[in-house]
Design a protein around this ligand. Structure first.
Ligand code: SAH
Length: 219
């Protein structure tokens, strides 16, 4: 039906990831291993390995594979890393993180999405992922500090709780920008009292949903 589209994760990596600026062996290996088709809606299965974001319902999207690989590589995960992720969505990025790091604490604000992601990830036998349905901008204080933090929805600024919950020598990657159609992926490194920021890539993410206590009904 789609003769030019890759039909598995290995082909996807060979045609879209390795040929770009992704060369971390562990990132390449894990991207080849995790089946992206398990995380997309049935009606988008034919496009599961294509070079694009796809709708996952609730006006949200599964990120483009290249962006997932880019963010993962920039985070420089260790097998000992404790990771906080904001915006579980389909759970695809979560699976990539959890395949490399020691544990992943993932927060999603839309209940139907986190429920679905949890089912897919347990079917893939992950046991090092912890889920929470709430406003991710507050972080996960009880589990802090985190060695790595990844935000997969656009924010106008760095939510202060996240910076506080980042370990010393920790790294955070977050799309920052005021516009809905473009942001910068920013890498933040914490070294004692010093906070270093580096713009890495222009991106387009759906915005972080700002939840007020009264409106907080989706969880
Ligand atoms: N990385 C995921 C999803 C990206 S879409 C994937 O590739 O599948 C961004 C996700 O962030 C959506 O699922 C959205 O519901 C979630 N989100 C938006 N605002 C949030 C908030 N305040 N706290 C936690 N999650 C949020």
């Amino acid at each position: 039906m789609h003769p030019h589209l890759p039909s598995n994760s290995e082909e996807m990596v060979n045609t879209q990831i390795s040929i770009r600026d992704i060369n971390a062996p562990r990132v390449i290996q894990v991207m080849k291993m995790i089946p992206r088709d398990s995380f997309v809606l049935e009606k988008h299965r034919a496009l599961a390995f294509s070079d694009q974001a796809l709708p996952i319902g609730e006006n949200q999207t599964i990120s483009q594979p290249y962006v997932v690989a880019f963010m993962t590589q920039a985070l420089d995960l260790k097998s000992s890393s404790k990771v906080l992720e904001l915006g579980t969505g389909s759970g695809y990025q979560t699976a990539i993180l959890a395949s490399i790091a020691k544990s992943v604490y993932t927060i999603e604000v839309i209940r139907t999405l986190i429920d679905r992601a949890q089912i897919v990830l347990s079917a893939l036998n992950f046991s090092n992922i912890h889920f929470k349905c709430s406003d991710g901008r507050l972080g996960w204080q009880e589990q802090a500090p985190f060695d790595r933090i990844i935000v997969t929805a656009a924010s106008e600024d760095i939510p202060p709780p996240l910076l506080n919950q980042l370990a010393d020598n920790g790294k955070m990657i977050i799309p920052i920008g005021r516009q809905h159609w473009s942001q910068d992926l920013v890498l933040i490194s914490k070294q004692g009292k010093r906070i270093l920021k580096e713009k890495l890539l222009p991106v387009r993410f759906v915005p972080l949903i700002r939840v007020t206590p009264q409106k907080h009904k989706k969880c």
